[in-house]
Design a protein around this ligand. Structure first.
Ligand code: GAP
Length: 507
């Protein structure tokens, strides 16, 4: 589906809509309705189960969304978190320089100085995309953070966090103190990040308030053992810099074991492979649509030593889009916060060395991935609209219907309550014909429907206390004892875990 069509469908179904729609909307801000909110929660929980489940030493925390100025000064965001912006002197509209230069420089402008960007605008006589005047300004660095007056005096400055990662860096000394005082130590956080994007566009792809799920793993670069055998035979869709330089867009499939003999360290490969598996096995993205896109020296942030973006091919946005990434950030973050706070953030390793821990960051854009769930899994199946959400992500797990409202309603309501009490998200529906009810559930991605009929309630029937269980994708129906329904649904909707069942949260 095209982006407009998909957005219209999501909006019509009340899954998401623009913030302050009543007032004409606010650029780059979106609200989620009940189904959108529940889907987002499921994605976040699936992420937690998978990534926090990777190790006994990874924990999930929460952190404030407002950061004192000293934090963003130390992190470098105050100085460097900018996008080059050009303004039209005629109509006064502001644009990101890379978007006005898109046609002549499709590879982007990362690594160019403002002067070089300005020269390109002049040399190519770039006109204002809105009014057509040749009056674009010299680019200026526009800081993307939202600043706030903090406290009553208004003299203290604070900022909405531009990435959740900062909250985890700030938590490191306390987590070290209260924990085992050993590396690696993973600190995961899911929450809002805020960026005053110059040109919010492509719906959930460039928002001004969005949700990130990020895992920061603090480790000793001289010793970070990982069970690499778990992934050694995995084949990854790699699009490396050398291949990109040859103009290739399609990835090449390379075994992890083979990549080990090249420059990528085991700790990086292990987490990259598990990230790929998460997209394939948990989010259900077909593997042909995924590529791991290596960023070159000039494209990645200067502190990132290795960066592969996880890109997924989305029909709605006509190409590959970045949905997450794996960043090896070196010791940049703790060094900067050590300097900024005046505190020593080095730690003593088991073998008596004093080091500033390095950071491996696994970042994941929740909103972009929610969009991908609609792009990849929502569509037509003949006449019906079907959302083939992976069962573990489905916001509603089972629809419960009485075939006839009067005769079977009270039994079906009782069954719904029983399922809810067992932690299964069940929705009772008695409105309209059975076909209409199936159609509503199919569109909402509900993987199972249960129907209570005459056989279920009749005291003389050999099928007493059995119901029909319908599978969304195959439309097949089985007659199943009521007592087995909860177990069947629970096992089909359980979050997959990387090592098959390690704990998901909490120290
Ligand atoms: N801590 C690293 C970091 O923030 P990033 O590439 O700027 O790196 C990470 O962002 C992820 O957050 C992206 O891969 C994307 O999924 C999501 N993201 C970034 N900016 C966004 C925006 N304006 N709107 C929606 N999602 C965004």
């Amino acid at each position: 589906m095209k982006s407009d069509e998909l957005y219209a469908l999501l909006r019509r179904r009340g899954i998401l809509w623009p913030t302050a729609e009543l007032y004409g909307g606010a650029q780059g801000l979106y609200d989620y309705g009940p189904l959108g909110t529940a889907l987002k929660r499921r994605i976040e929980e699936a992420w937690t189960a998978w990534f926090v489940g990777l190790s006994e030493d990874y924990y999930r925390i929460e952190g404030a969304e407002i950061l004192p100025e000293a934090v963003v000064r130390a992190s470098g965001h105050l100085e460097n978190f900018t996008d080059p912006e050009v303004t039209c002197a005629s109509c006064h509209t502001a644009f990101r320089a890379d978007t006005v230069l898109e046609k002549i420089r499709p590879e982007g402008i990362d690594g160019l100085t403002p002067t070089q960007i300005g020269d390109l605008v002049v040399a190519h006589k770039i006109a204002c995309p809105k009014c057509g005047a040749s009056a674009l300004s010299v680019p200026r660095a526009f800081n993307l953070m939202f600043g706030l007056d903090f406290g009553v005096t208004g003299r203290e400055r604070a900022y909405l966090r531009p990435e959740t990662a900062q909250s985890s860096y700030l938590a490191f000394p306390r987590m070290w103190e209260v924990g085992r005082k050993a590396l690696p130590l993973g600190v995961a956080l899911i929450g809002r990040a805020y960026r005053n994007e110059i040109a919010p566009r492509q719906l959930l792809f460039r928002m001004r308030a969005f949700t990130q799920a990020e895992l920061q793993i603090f480790f000793d670069p001289a010793h970070f053992p990982v069970p690499i055998d778990e992934v050694a035979e995995e084949t990854l869709p790699m699009l490396r810099v050398a291949r990109r330089a040859r103009g290739e867009e399609a990835p090449e499939w390379i075994r992890v074991a083979e990549l080990r003999s090249e420059a990528l360290p085991d700790f990086y490969l292990y987490h990259l492979a598990h990230t790929y598996r998460f997209y394939r096995d948990v989010l259900g993205i077909p593997k042909e649509r995924i590529r791991l896109f290596e960023k070159s020296d000039s494209e990645r942030a200067f502190y990132n030593r290795i960066q592969y973006d996880v890109e997924v091919h989305l029909e709605s946005l006509a190409g590959y889009k970045e949905l997450g990434a794996v960043h090896y950030r070196g010791d940049y973050d703790l060094t900067r916060h050590g300097e900024g706070s005046g505190k020593d953030l080095s730690v003593l390793t088991g073998d008596g060395r004093r080091i500033v821990p390095h950071v491996l960051e696994l970042t994941f854009g929740v909103d972009r991935n929610l969009w991908a769930q609609a792009d990849v899994h929502l569509g037509k199946d003949g006449e019906r609209t079907l959302w083939r959400l992976p069962p573990a992500l489905a916001p509603v797990q089972v629809g419960v219907f009485p075939l006839l409202k009067k005769e079977h309603g009270s039994y079906a309501r009782g069954l719904t309550r029983e399922l809810l009490a067992q932690g299964i998200v069940a929705e009772y529906d008695e409105a309209g014909g059975i076909g209409k009810r199936y159609a509503r559930m199919d569109e909402a991605g509900v993987p199972f429907c249960v129907t209570v009929d005459g056989e279920t309630v009749s005291p003389d029937s050999p099928h007493r206390d059995t119901v029909t269980l319908r599978d969304r994708d195959s439309r097949s129906q089985d007659r199943v004892p009521r007592a087995e329904i909860a177990a069947r649904i629970s096992s089909a909707t359980r979050f997959p875990r990387p090592g098959g069942g390690r704990r998901a949260t909490g120290p």
